[in-house]
Design a protein around this ligand. Structure first.
Ligand code: PLP
Length: 417
């Protein structure tokens, strides 16, 4: 479900014409739908209503303050993977006790910051990290709440770059070593075991990998109990896919239907970490056609959004639906839709059939709300795009377009140059 629909041949974001926003704010422009975000979030809340649970939005999918505030106001928590994301989550009003912190490379500074903030738990990814957290907590005279991130060795059947739950991946602790690591954690004075965590990958389009991974984790929870180690929080990660093209991923209700029976009768609080499935289809990237170029072998539609604005096509070969903001009846063409960046890898679509666009016309790159702006950069010294949120007929700027001065901010020229 999303609220970017055509009305009389013109694309709307909720009740606002996309063209109006493009004209007012310029392009490239990210537009997010408030009500789409909220309904995606509520779908999780409703699906897991029968159990104690926390929906911790994965900030790396989209960390704009307005979006995080929206979720915070509706009871959401946060899954963060850096000190910067922790800062954003707290600033946006997420209570510390609803924040979980994953990532293989937490620095000493970041660990101190998270301990000082009083987060729900660290999702610990290695023995070294566990010992480091214990040591730092000791110097701060606090107990660090932790879960171990367990790598269940399940193939999520998704793109290799967004798979995380196999033995060959850098994430988590191999499941066969889990008991030993929990034993170690239990022996550390400044560590408090509160949970167990898994996250096997992103853009999952089947339920079975979730179920298989969860079964393995629950066997472990039972074994830990026999050894006197009680798990309160079961963090099942994120990863539900969305429809970019023709995928039919399970929705939160289907996920819940398949996994709730496994959790019945257990005194566990479920933590979920959805990112893409909340923000992905709640945002679009609007771009303007700059030039049309007919090569000998290919046609190119050159637009003003590049890989620095949306890198998913370039690095994952990801598909994003691209459609005109104002529909036309002209013949279709097959073209590469490319950005202005000086890289052959700078494209939004290859060999794509699209209605014949003209110079100056706007195109909407769909499903760009997750891993869009957050992965954007200033490559080629291009200012980052502007972001706008729409709610019904209302809309507001939620991030100014960067200026050239923003780009060079912080640079300095030493005297010896
Ligand atoms: C990226 C990530 C998520 C979110 O994944 P989605 O596929 O966007 O739902 C959740 N948990 C962890 C630990 C992650 O790294």
């Amino acid at each position: 479900m999303h609220l970017f629909q055509y009305r009389k041949g013109e694309l709307y974001a909720e009740d606002v014409p996309v063209r109006r926003l493009a004209e007012e704010f310029g392009t490239p422009l990210y537009i997010y739908s408030y009500n789409t975000l909220l309904s995606h979030f509520k779908a999780y809340e409703d699906a897991f209503d029968s159990l104690p649970h926390i929906v911790c939005f994965a900030l790396k999918a989209n960390s704009n303050a307005a979006i995080v505030r929206l979720l915070a106001k509706n009871g959401g928590g946060a899954d963060v993977v850096s000190g910067g994301e922790l800062f954003r989550a707290l600033k946006a009003g997420i209570p510390a006790e609803k924040i979980v912190y994953a990532g293989v490379g937490k620095t000493e500074e970041e660990i101190r910051y998270a301990l000082k903030s009083g987060i729900l738990m660290f999702n610990v990814e290695s023995e070294d990290e566990l010992l480091q957290i214990d040591r730092i907590a000791g110097t701060m005279k606090v107990k660090a709440p932790i879960a171990l991130r367990i790598n269940p060795d399940i193939d999520p059947q998704t793109h290799p770059y967004i798979s995380t739950g196999l033995k060959k991946h850098k994430f988590g602790i191999p499941i066969e070593d889990a008991l030993q690591y929990y034993g170690l954690a239990n022996s550390l004075k400044n560590i408090k075991i509160v949970g167990i965590h898994k996250h096997i990958g992103s853009q999952l389009t089947k339920v079975s990998p979730f179920v298989d991974a969860l079964k393995r984790i629950l066997l472990l929870v039972d074994e830990l109990k026999r050894q006197g180690i009680i798990i309160d929080y079961l963090d099942i990660g994120g990863g539900l896919g969305i429809t970019y093209r023709d995928e039919t991923p399970p929705d939160p209700a289907q996920l819940a239907k398949n996994i709730l029976p496994l959790l019945k009768g257990r005194k566990l609080t479920i933590v979920l970490e959805p990112g893409r499935s909340i923000a992905g289809n709640a945002g679009i990237l609007v771009t303007k056609t700059l030039y049309l170029k007919n090569g000998h072998e290919k046609k190119f539609v050159i637009v003003d959004a590049g890989m620095n604005d949306l890198i998913r096509p370039s690095i994952y070969g990801a598909y994003h639906h691209i459609q005109p903001v104002i529909k036309n009846r002209r013949n279709k063409i097959v073209a590469d839709i490319v950005g202005p960046i000086c890289e052959s890898g700078d494209f939004l679509a290859k060999d794509r059939e699209i209605p014949n666009v003209k110079k100056g016309e706007y195109l909407a790159v769909m499903s760009a709300g997750a891993y869009g702006f957050t992965m954007s950069s200033n490559y080629n010294s291009r200012p980052k795009a502007v972001e706008v949120m729409v709610k019904g007929r209302r809309y507001a700027l939620i991030r100014k377009r960067e200026t050239y001065h923003d780009i060079i901010k912080g640079e300095a020229i030493p005297e010896f140059v």
